[in-house]
Design a protein around this ligand. Structure first.
Ligand code: BTN
Length: 251
């Protein structure tokens, strides 16, 4: 193992406490307990025994990957809090570009892809508050040094793309720096404009499975709350706030 994340005690570079574990069920659960105690910070683990993804899926989390959850208390209206997840995708993509000069793309809402395969995933969980969320947990998993493509044909790890092992500590630092830069002066317009530049979803025919049902159409736009606007073949416009998007044909 190149970097022992459990040894990272202080995080002066992110100005928040860093809670490091060698093994957890899920960093989301640890972060929730800390958040309920009123804490903020970053929970990071070497491995997760029950890493979870969006829509109830598992997130493969052996040693070698980067798994962390950021606890934030965002002062943005609950209606717009979904943008945090798009913003996090932007932060991960920017960090990967800066660290490795690798251009990844974002698939709505926030899958980080390289050559159509998933390099990183983001899970946003929120505790509802009156006007703004009580807190938000941003869980980020990056495939770094474990050979993901051997187990999942739709995934790939940075080490497989770059042909070398990488420092997860440096990547974590870089992602957190990007996240805090975006969050410090949170501008929905800027997040959306950056997201549009990095994403390859708009202009494609997609199928989206959402809690409201299954929709097929052309991905036209992402609105100010981060919802995807689809135009169906009958010309109907559909707004989808959360769901799983599948590309049906190239742009
Ligand atoms: C997805 O694409 O489905 C989201 C995956 C999110 C995985 C991360 S790893 C750190 C945090 N802890 C978890 O259990 N899940 C998130």
């Amino acid at each position: 193992m190149m970097i022992n994340l459990a040894n990272m005690e202080s995080s002066s570079w992110v100005k928040v406490p860093l809670f490091s574990y060698s093994e957890v069920e899920s960093t989301m659960d640890v972060a929730r307990i800390l958040a309920e105690e009123g804490k903020i910070g970053v929970v990071v683990a070497e491995k997760q025994n029950r890493g979870r993804g969006r829509r109830g899926r598992n997130w493969l989390s052996p040693e070698g990957g980067l798994y962390f959850t950021l606890i934030v208390r965002p002062e943005i209206p609950s209606k717009k809090a979904h943008l945090l997840s798009l913003a996090s995708g932007v932060a991960v993509a920017r960090a990967i570009k800066k660290e490795y000069d690798l251009s990844v793309t974002l698939k709505w809402p926030n899958d980080v892809l390289y050559g159509g395969r998933k390099v990183a995933g983001i899970l946003l969980e929120m505790a509802p508050g009156e006007k703004v969320p009580k807190y938000a947990l941003i869980g980020i998993g990056v495939n770094v040094n474990h050979p993901v493509s051997q187990f999942e044909s739709s995934g790939v790890a940075l080490c497989e793309i770059l042909g070398r092992r990488l420092s997860r500590e440096e990547l974590l630092r870089s992602i957190l720096k990007e996240l805090y830069t975006i969050f410090e002066d949170f501008s929905p317009e800027e997040v959306l404009s950056r997201w549009r530049t990095l994403s390859d979803t708009l202009g494609r025919k997609v199928r989206v499975a959402s809690p409201e049902g299954l929709f097929i159409g052309m991905a036209c736009e992402v609105d100010e709350e981060g919802a995807l606007i689809l135009k169906t073949e009958e010309g109907r416009m559909i707004r989808i706030l959360a769901g799983e998007c599948l590309y049906l044909r190239k742009a």
